[in-house]
Write a protein that binds this ligand. Structure first.
Ligand SMILES: *Cc1c(COP(=O)(O)O)cnc(C)c1O
Length: 432
């Protein structure tokens, strides 16, 4: 009935997430409120892990891309599922370290890492650093030399694959700020330089072609391109690349009409391609990394709002204004992302209207969505926006000096705060 499996309706006719009444959650913790379902996170982690076991003999690691949603509790849950983790900044890395994450399972990303970030990553002994460019390689070599260590690195490669998704979330094509280009020979030259470095160990290659990708074909293509490059390195330089990171980007269901391929199918097909291509090319099968972010956290989350004003503009549209907006849910103003919304206290009623849900920020583009089918909503109703667990809290801001909402985890009918709601004093915390 609803877009995410963990949503249902209880005997009061209220929407539930992970067995917990969302109207009660709104009452107890206030709105806007981010709600994350712990079991949904765990199940997603297990699906990734089990698929690698089943289709690739366990010779791989699924690393949660923590930029999708990061806080101490999320890192602890992901760690307890035996997952690895990706961090793209010192802040994400620090969060994982403070959560007690096994740093040997962390990959450190970023297209413009600072020296401070590189030093920190080396000091906390991350499993590997995914190097994006030559300047970074040389700076890391210096840092590692000064600390007398030899960190494992991977190179981020642009495989030249066009994933069919929004321009802002495509990353595999040659015109991208991320990584080394294959076509121009840039990547091959970089590999030669890395091999000549004394204080870094080039253990793998990485690619990530984009996000919210529904098709498996571009992933298969990327895998083949990368393996061919690994073969070229072996044949021409006599150097064996042992790890292959195939990135993340698995699409999720934001609307009922979305139909992403199940992750198990992805892993089955990509494993076949990797095995076959390796035999054809006569190279050893690499250890595989994948980096799901959205597919782990998005379906696990919802955002709850309270309706304020209802504004009907005859023959034009109806605005339903809520007590949050682009500050806590910036994806619509960024790339017109679509969501399903439900009036949580009227969850059994028909959706009889098509409305624009507007935020409270001073921007006309501050919308949760347009043309959204919804039950008749009035002041005081609670609206749940579904599948918001990725790239909302993590991209949230204090625009208009709004306080960031709390994050609550639910688990089989119980709830607990994971991130406190900001106070007014938090708003001026760093002001002097
Ligand atoms: C963002 C990102 C991911 C995760 O992407 P999702 O679409 O959230 O799965 C994985 N790897 C890299 C390098 C990324 O930048």
């Amino acid at each position: 009935m609803f877009v995410s499996e963990n949503l249902s309706v209880n005997e009061k006719g209220n929407l539930t997430i992970g067995g917990t009444d969302t109207v009660e959650l709104a009452k107890q913790y206030g709105t806007p409120l981010y709600v994350m379902d712990e079991q949904a996170v765990r199940k997603a982690c297990q699906r990734f892990k089990n698929s690698i076991d089943k289709y690739y003999g366990g010779q791989g690691l699924a690393c949660y891309a923590s930029k999708a949603f990061s806080c101490l509790e999320m890192c602890r849950i992901v760690a307890s599922e035996g997952m690895g983790l990706d961090a793209v900044s010192i802040g994400e890395l620090y969060t994982a370290v403070k959560a007690g994450f096994d740093t040997s399972k962390i990959g450190f990303h970023g297209n413009n890492k600072t020296d401070e970030e590189l030093e920190y990553a080396v000091d906390v002994k991350v499993g590997h650093i995914i190097v994006d460019n030559i300047s970074e390689l040389l700076r890391l070599e210096e840092i590692a030399k000064s600390k007398n260590v030899k960190p494992d690195i991977m190179f981020r490669i642009k495989p030249g694959i066009d994933a069919h998704t929004h321009d802002f979330i495509k990353t595999g094509q040659i015109d991208s700020k991320f990584g080394f280009a294959l076509e121009t020979g840039e990547a091959f030259e970089a590999v030669k330089r890395a091999i000549a470095c004394e204080n870094v160990n080039l253990m793998g290659l990485h690619c990530h072609i984009g996000s919210q990708i529904f098709d498996i074909d571009p992933f298969e293509e990327a895998g083949k391109v990368m393996l061919n490059f690994i073969a070229k390195i072996k044949n021409e330089l006599g150097y064996e690349i042992k790890g292959l990171n195939l990135g993340g980007g698995f699409g999720i269901k934001y609307l009922n009409q979305h139909d992403p391929a199940p992750f198990e199918t992805y892993m089955e097909r990509v494993s076949e391609v990797v095995k076959n291509t390796c035999s054809e090319l006569g190279i050893t099968r690499p250890y595989i990394f994948i980096e799901p972010g959205r597919s782990i956290s998005a379906p696990a989350g919802i955002t709850l709002y309270t309706v304020g004003a209802r504004k009907e503009i005859p023959n034009i549209r109806t605005y339903i204004s809520v007590d949050g907006g682009m500050a806590d849910s910036p994806r619509y103003i960024l790339y017109k992302s679509e969501y399903e919304a439900i009036v949580a206290n009227k969850a059994t009623e028909e959706r009889t209207e098509k409305v624009t849900i507007a935020g409270k920020c001073c921007e006309s583009g501050d919308l949760i969505g347009e043309n959204m089918p919804l039950q008749h909503a009035e002041s005081g109703d609670i609206i749940a926006v579904c599948a918001t667990g990725a790239y909302n809290y993590s991209m949230s801001s204090n625009y208009n000096r709004l306080q960031k909402p709390a994050v609550v985890f639910v688990n089989n009918g119980e709830s607990r705060i994971a991130v406190k709601r900001e106070t007014l004093d938090d708003i001026i915390r760093n002001d002097i």
